[in-house]
Design a protein. Sequence first.
Length: 286
Amino acid sequence: MTKAKDGNGDPRKVALITGCSSGIGRATAIRLHEAGWKVCATARKRSAIAELAAMGMSTLSLDVTDEQSMRSAVRAVEEAEGGIDALVNNAGYSQSGAIEAVPIDRVRAQFETNVFGVVRMIQLVLPGMRARGRGRIVNLSSMGGKLVFPGGGFYHATKYAIEALSDALRFEVKGFGVDVVIIEPGLIKSGFAEAAVATVGDTNDAYSDFHAQVARVTKESYEKGPLARFAGKPEDVAEVIAKALEVKNPRPRYTVTASAKLLLMQRKLMSDRGWDRFLRGSFPSP
């Protein structure tokens, strides 16, 4: 199939992005579209990305917890565009709550979206990328893939997994002409905090006060706490993703926002017990 051309007559590169209804995914779709990419923006509900379709992007329904949905989306893009040049695994959310208190079905749902969906999307696009001898896979991790805040154990576990999977994958596919990049944002003002707070459970009385404090601290960190001034915008992350897709030799990792750089450095310099003491300044022990 003949691919669409850009303003210079060259084939437009094709990017498939998950989780485009808001935040980083939406900002990335717009940034790449404006740069001349053929953007295939996806979300669970296609109606949630109607605005992106109106801008001229291709839009598809894609649920990263549904095998048939993922297969259909990848097949549709490959058939329509002749191949996928870049996959941006952005879809994800934060399940908050104490390890003992979060129901196991919610734990499984967290890993289905944040880890297994990422893995399956990679498995589905790689055959085409290998056959063409080129491609780029961008996985959204977080500063939370290298440090842990109380009440976020399951979310952090998924991001630690993305770090490990990406490191292994980078080695495995480099010889096929495929690059793998990890993006590690810090605090982003995008509605993430509200979504995370909404998932804090209160099904175990032993942790009710702890959960209330986790919700309060999380919300304040994004809105008015000391770290709020170091928070970034979705567009900041989108800019870095665009750079990672467009440079000839991308770095394995890109840390985004001052909050991520500050906290990752602080965590690196502290012992485990020192980090625990630091956290107790904001989070009471259950």
